[in-house]
Design a binder for this molecule. Structure first.
Ligand code: G16
Length: 557
């Protein structure tokens, strides 16, 4: 009987959200994404999928975020979080895509039954499943939330918990915490950020000399959810005077329109709402769902250009800080002969500015590359005791292995009798950083607080940070083509394998430029092909990008 009921529910929900003819969803860089008005079938089916995933993983909580992140306000999408808080395991992506595209209720039912059989998923109401849901501020969010709830409720034994309007990283953090048995409400999240940030500041060296960091920080909230959340906690962030612009309040502007991390990083100009009075003030920019962070500063009032600190430089700052703490702990001259062996790994993508990679390698760090997408970088970073990953666009975080954290804890205990000792302080600083940074996924709010704490620790101004190395001039372009999937890439997206003539053309163009580097890849979040070029001058980078974009247009129409 249960079996009949399960079948009936699946057929029923599929008929409530039919797939329009000709509609095709593809599982992209971070889940499904398209015009918000067309997304209900895919979101409903993502609900079914998330419940099945929870059933498969012994009823552990799984997450769904309804967001299209950096995309325009009319788009929407769905990201799925695994029990560890990371992106859904890639092994399930083909099933996710097949489910989203099942043409009719019968096909959907058969697909689910077959998958459940193949994967040994206990469907039928004898086990429970748990799905936490969050959404951003998009107008289609509520409607799509309902579609997701209906999908989840179509699986017997599944429980949906609506956590409300959240940043994407908050929901990922909640999923991770819940499965670790840690309290996982929004106020628990805020408490963890506020307390670990305060702890970082308490551990600042007292005798370092130099100027104190200016307290004023202006944050561009992209008119999304990140600014709203920052407004809620900023008064409790000691040592910082935060002003939120593009906060999403009525009249401030449109989500991601001429503002936000994607805009600032790609255009390298001030976002909407910033003007000459902000010259020389440290500024940060979040994206629509607050999983990306970049910093910038206006250097002159005569134009709207900015000095940009992108994900690569945030990564470099984190790497320097962590390495410094490890060096203090492991210094042979320490009074206490304790050490903390750690394999530190840096993960970047082809978009990483060449100068950043050179800088990091110059520090003797191990740098590896993956294709674009947090799902790839995060997975790679987990191979290290401490993995630091960032995309140039501002997505990134630091992950610490459980083994490393337990060694750090025991070292801190051993050293606690030497509380005045620099080795102890370094260990405590690392410990606070593991608490402050969101280890589930890149998180603009927690990343911002870690940046601020490290700048204070180093007594670095924005300018000091920006001058860590000079970015090679670069340019990114988008090209509209008939079918972007006709481009196939290899070698962590640095080479095109199809169409076969394209790579030859790229190589030929690139050879004309000093320090030239160029690659193209289909976006997994927008219907465009992205072109990235780097060269020794801005004029050259622009010209290389333009000529390769032209080849893409000519070949793919
Ligand atoms: C998502 C992914 C990122 C990726 C970005 C752009 O970010 O999580 O890892 O860098 O898409 O991807 P693509 O170049 O394929 O369009 P977000 O912030 O849009 O969710």
């Amino acid at each position: 009987e249960q079996e009949q009921e399960q079948r009936r529910r699946l057929l029923d929900v599929a008929s409530r959200f039919p797939l329009p003819t000709g509609c095709r969803f593809s599982y992209g860089t971070a889940g499904f994404r398209a015009d918000g008005a067309t997304m209900a079938p895919a979101v409903c089916r993502a609900g079914i999928l998330a419940a099945l995933r929870s059933l498969k993983l012994a009823s552990a909580a799984v997450g769904i975020v309804i967001t299209a992140s950096h995309n325009p306000i009319g788009d929407n999408g769905v990201k799925i979080a695994d029990p560890d808080g990371g992106m859904m395991d890639q092994q399930w992506e083909p099933f996710a895509a097949a489910l989203a595209n099942a043409p009719d209720p019968d096909a959907l039912l058969q697909l689910v039954l077959q998958f459940v059989k193949d994967e040994g998923i206990p469907l039928g109401g004898h086990h429970t499943a748990q799905v936490l849901l969050g959404r951003d501020t998009r107008p289609t969010g509520e409607y799509l939330l309902d579609a997701a709830l209906q999908g989840i409720n179509a699986i017997l034994g599944a429980q949906a918990i609506d956590m409300g309007i959240l940043t994407t990283p908050q929901l990922h953090w909640m999923v991770r915490s819940k499965n670790k048995g840690i309290k996982a409400s929004e106020s628990d999240y805020f408490t963890q950020l506020i307390n670990s940030f305060r702890r970082m500041l308490e551990l600042l060296p007292k005798d370092k000399g130099g100027d104190e960091l200016a307290k004023k920080l202006i944050v561009d909230g992209a008119n999304g959810i990140g600014g709203v959340k920052l407004e809620q906690i900023k008064a409790e962030l000691s040592g910082l005077d935060i002003i939120v612009r593009n906060s999403g309040k009525e009249g401030e502007g449109i989500l991601n329109h001429l503002c936000g991390a994607d805009f600032v990083q790609k255009e390298r100009v001030t976002p909407h709402g910033f003007g000459p009075e902000d010259v020389g003030v440290r500024c940060a920019s979040l994206d629509g769902d607050a999983d990306r962070l970049v910093y910038f500063q206006m250097s002159s009032s005569s134009d709207n250009k900015v000095d940009l600190v992108d994900g690569d430089k945030i990564l470099s700052l984190f790497a320097l800080f962590i390495r410094e703490q490890l060096d203090v702990i492991n210094n042979n001259g320490n009074q206490v002969d304790k050490s903390l062996p750690a394999r530190l790994g840096i993960v970047q993508t082809a978009y990483a500015n060449g100068a950043s990679t050179q800088f990091l390698k110059g520090l003797g760090l191990e740098v590896v590359f993956t294709p674009t997408g947090v799902k790839y970088l995060h997975k790679k970073a987990l191979e290290y005791d401490i993995g630091i990953y960032f995309e140039a666009n501002g997505h990134g975080t630091v992950v610490f292995s459980e083994d490393f954290i337990s060694q750090l804890e025991s070292l801190s205990n051993d050293l606690s009798s030497q509380a005045a000792n620099s080795q102890y302080h370094a260990a405590m600083r690392l410990m606070a950083a593991t608490q402050l940074i969101n280890q589930a996924v890149g998180d603009a709010l927690s990343g911002l607080l870690l940046v601020e704490a490290i700048l204070q620790y180093k007594r670095w101004s924005f300018q000091n940070w920006c001058e860590l190395y000079s970015d090679l001039p670069s340019r990114q372009l988008k090209v509209k083509v008939v079918d972007r999937s006709s481009i196939v890439t290899t070698d962590a997206e640095t080479k095109v394998s199809q169409p076969s003539s394209l790579q030859e053309l790229i190589d030929k163009e690139t050879a004309n430029y000093t320090q030239g580097r160029c690659f193209v890849r289909p976006s997994g979040t927008e219907d465009v092909v992205r072109v990235y070029a780097e060269a020794s001058t801005q004029v050259e980078a622009d010209s290389l990008a333009k000529s390769v974009a032209h080849h893409v247009e000519r070949l793919l129409g």
